[in-house]
Design a protein. Structure first.
Length: 209
C-alpha cells in the first residue's frame, strides 16, 4: 500500500532537516583555531638610500675591489650581470664608484665606473681613496761567503774555437792537346802513312797485271 501524500511530505521534510544537521556538524567544515604568535615582530632594516647603480647585462660578472684601483687594491668580491646596489660616490678621477657591499670592512667597496650604469639618480660626491694595504715584509738573511763558495762551483771560461778559412776552390779545366809527336802533327803523320800504304797497294796491283 502506497503512503499517503501527507506521509510523503513528512518524509521529505525529515530528509531535509537531516541533511542540514549533517552539513553543519560535518568535520570537513569544522574551523581550526590557529595559535596566534606572541611577542614583538622584528623590524627589517633597509639598505642605504641614494643613488643606485647596476651592472650591465652584457657583462657576466665584474670584480669588486677594496679601493679605486685593480693594481693597488685586492679584489674582495664580484657582482653579477644586472645586479643593482647602492652607491656612495665617485673617486677623485671619477673612474671608480664606491658601493655598498655587505660582508667587508665598513660594508664599502669599489667598482670600475664604465662597468655599471646609474639606475637611480642620487648624490655621488667625490671620495678620498682608502690607504693602500701594506705589503708583506721580507727578511733579508746574511749568508756566509765561505759557505756560498763551498757549494758553488767556479765556472772556467772556455776559449771559443777560431775560424780557419778553407782552401780556395780549384776548378780543373781540360785543354785540347795540340802538341805534335816528334815536332810533327799527329794528323799529318797519319795522313803520310795512309798515303804510303795506298801507293804500295797501287804498285802491287800494277805488277800483278
Amino acid at each position: 500500500m502506497l503512503p499517503t501524500r501527507k506521509a510523503q511530505l513528512v518524509i521529505f521534510v525529515t530528509f531535509i532537516i537531516l541533511g542540514l544537521v549533517l552539513t553543519v556538524y560535518s568535520p570537513l567544515h569544522s574551523t581550526a583555531l590557529a595559535q596566534q604568535p606572541t611577542g614583538s615582530i622584528p623590524t627589517v632594516t633597509g639598505t642605504p638610500s641614494g643613488a643606485i647603480v647596476g651592472v650591465f647585462l652584457d657583462l657576466l660578472q665584474i670584480n669588486v675591489y677594496s679601493g679605486p684601483s685593480e693594481f693597488l687594491y685586492p679584489a674582495i668580491g664580484v657582482l653579477l650581470a644586472g645586479q643593482e646596489i647602492p652607491a656612495y660616490g665617485y673617486s677623485e678621477d671619477q673612474s671608480w664608484i664606491q658601493i655598498y657591499y655587505p660582508g667587508v670592512l665598513n660594508s664599502r667597496a669599489w667598482v670600475y665606473a664604465p662597468y655599471v650604469k646609474i639606475v637611480k639618480a642620487g648624490p655621488l660626491p667625490p671620495l678620498v681613496a682608502p690607504s693602500t694595504p701594506t705589503p708583506a715584509s721580507t727578511t733579508i738573511v746574511d749568508i756566509d761567503p765561505t759557505l756560498v763558495a763551498a757549494f758553488s762551483s767556479p765556472s772556467i771560461p772556455t776559449r771559443l774555437p777560431t775560424f780557419t778559412p778553407p782552401a780556395p776552390l780549384v776548378v780543373v779545366t781540360f785543354s785540347e792537346n795540340t802538341e805534335a809527336v816528334g815536332r810533327m802533327p799527329v794528323g799529318l803523320l797519319i795522313f803520310g802513312f795512309g798515303f804510303v800504304g795506298a801507293l804500295g797497294a797501287l804498285i802491287s796491283f800494277l805488277r800483278g797485271r
